[in-house]
Write a protein that binds this ligand. Sequence first.
Ligand SMILES: Nc1ncnc2c1ncn2[C@@H]1O[C@H](COP(=O)(O)OP(=O)(O)OP(=O)(O)O)[C@@H](O)[C@H]1O
Length: 278
Amino acid sequence: MKVRGTVTAATPPSAAGARPPLLEVSGLRVTYGGVVAVSDVDLRIAEGTIYGLIGPNGAGKTSMVDALTGYTRPAAGRIVFGGREIGGLRPYQRARLGLARTFQSGELFDDLTVEENLLVASERVTLGLALRELVLPRRPADGDRTNRDSVDWAISVCGLEDVADRYPAQISLGRRKLVGIARALARRPRLVLLDEPAAGLDTTESLELGRRLRTLPEEHGVTVFLIDHDMGLVLSVCDHLTVLDFGRRIADGTPAVIREDPRVIEAYLGGQHAGSGA
Ligand SMILES: Nc1ncnc2c1ncn2[C@@H]1O[C@H](COP(=O)(O)OP(=O)(O)OP(=O)(O)O)[C@@H](O)[C@H]1O
């Protein structure tokens, strides 16, 4: 378990239940053959909040994100985004509706600059484009003003102005993680799902990431679904958390509630108090 520095929210975390849900998940179940990765999980993510998902290795977090974004077909469950049932939609169709994600591996194109990576990502998502991007990354055209504005906005939100012309290999891991987030933001999503954005970051980088994340709902109207092992980060930036263990939801509530939950302390923190170093 990593417990590192904390990020002080500019405004106190809001009560997630007080706002209408942007994403509502009920009875979600993901299986791989005989393995039940996610077992009948419910979630309600309120617009304008940061919602955290934590759990030990293998708890089902990435399977959940894959199911929500359309990369895995769930065995059961209902997913409603912005009032619309999206369970039958392909990943690029969900992206078009405003559901964006990052990947643990980063997924940046090494031969494109930071800015070009974002320009590629900002283009209108179609099945053809999504497939083409997978096999043949290319330099984006510079013409579209809307894309340009979105990219400039994403660069500024993530504080990447000084590295916009650099290649991914030329910048630190912390900045690359921010490029991954900026890439997801470049399509101006309503909800961004971040899969372990703090993995590999040092304390300073993690604090910087936390500060950037808080601005997403507070200043930019982007709701965040955050998965990470960095408890210092998650407990300090999230408004609301769900804890998974062996695919099941074992706890749900504000960071203050989660810190004190004996099931979480036992299952996830191995008996060590969550707040001890946060
Ligand atoms: N493609 C797959 N095929 C078979 N089993 C899988 C597959 N992907 C995940 N699993 C299994 O599903 C369970 C949940 O895995 P998942 O990667 O979703 O957990 P996680 O909480 O994201 O873990 P981590 O924190 O290590 O990334 C694990 O038992 C894992 O071994």
